[in-house]
Design a protein. Sequence first.
Length: 509
Amino acid sequence: MGALPDQLGVETKPLTGPALLVAALAIGAGNFLVVLDTTIANVSVPTIAGSLGVSSSQGSWVITSYAVAEAITVPLTGWLARRFGAFRVFITCYLAFAAVSFLCGISQSLGMLVGGRVLLGLVGGPIMPLSQMLLLRIFPREKATAAAILWAMTTLVAPVAGPILGGIICDGVGWPWIFHLKVPIALAGGSIALLMTRGLPDPTGPARIDGVGLALLIVWVGALQIMLDEGRNHDWFAAEEIRILAVVALIGFLAFLIWELTEENPIVDLKIFRHRGFTAAAITYAAGFGAFFASVVILPLWLQMNMGYTATWAGYATGIMGILALISAPIVGRLVETIDSRLIVSVGILGLGTMNAWRTWFDGDATFLDMAWPTLLTGPFMVMFFVPVTGLAMASVGPEEQANAAGLSNFLRTLAGAFATSLVQTGWSDAARREQTELVGAMTGQGRVIEGMTAGGMPHDQAVAMLDFIVQGQSLLLATLEMFGVITLVFACAATLIWMAPRGTGAAH
């Protein structure tokens, strides 16, 4: 990734007054929409899959295809900004996001929808890092903290709002409006950003793209994601196509590492990992986000498939974490200025793990309030994790490497979310099958249960189906609790990784 224009010594006159406010909101809205798209479809996967005539596991491609495409284009941001100008790339992607969202909404098949989601991820990827950079560019230097907080808030609120909006829209007007809703917002935001930033310097310069590195990146990431998504449907390595995908992913990854470490202008600057602080913070960010995203994916699926929740109520149960997140964000922002950021991040991750450990005590009689409490209390811990960890990563590298470091950190985070989605659903389905087998094996009186049902007037076939339904429900519940336990362990590991980074506070950044 080439350096972004801001690292070339270009001075941009910051905006002031109403112009600054309007431009900042328009730019922040772009980041909000892109991050929103990572979770808005989560609660709607069962509905979308049913509408398109596919299974829920196939429907999860709607989530992973977007995340993988987004991860692939994030490392291209530096080159795009240098070659065409940061403002031009940002606004072009912003308006393209509106057009592709419309295409997703009119999809009539899973293939068309997944194709649209891939395009959406490709145009959405550069928006995240560019929105952060452009906010810092248009704000006066003394208000850089305000710019960082605005960007962090859009990044925090969007994944929380996604399940709520997705559920309400899916149940109220139909799943296509999950995508149609974003069209006018993206058109308006992109147009306002274009108007408010017209005349501001948008320098370009010579830039070459690491074509080989990009191709290798697409090959190994794509092969690995397809393997993770399809493995559970093909009995994993018993299927030849899964073995081929595994070999392609491994060879592609090794070739990618060798090429990027020897290329003069790599698309992903792996040499940044020489900074201990960046490595610790970036890996913590990826592991913690992967665990967080896995919980956000599995909870609404379980609520709808096992607990009888509608998409709307599953969205409420998932999204109320935003209430305390908004309240606590300014407090955490002040704490970061004075307290060791590693401590704040570690406490935040441990808090997220504790909330997932709480969920392992759920049973089939859990009420909405039982579900809501750990989700509500997740909010402050989420802020404590997300806000300081990126600052720690950026504080560990030199100014000339910050653009590449931001791109690499976002790449790892996005990729972790995509992989976590596939892994948690694979683990969930495997655990459900295992638990069902164990439950059936442990049942010795099923004949008497069926006889009791038939004695009460229930037809024999219906009694057998009812018992099977109960067993399936219990196995799915046990599998879900097992996944929450695994997610808790990942959080616990991530909380220790951050201490590999050197001490840092917001003031030191």
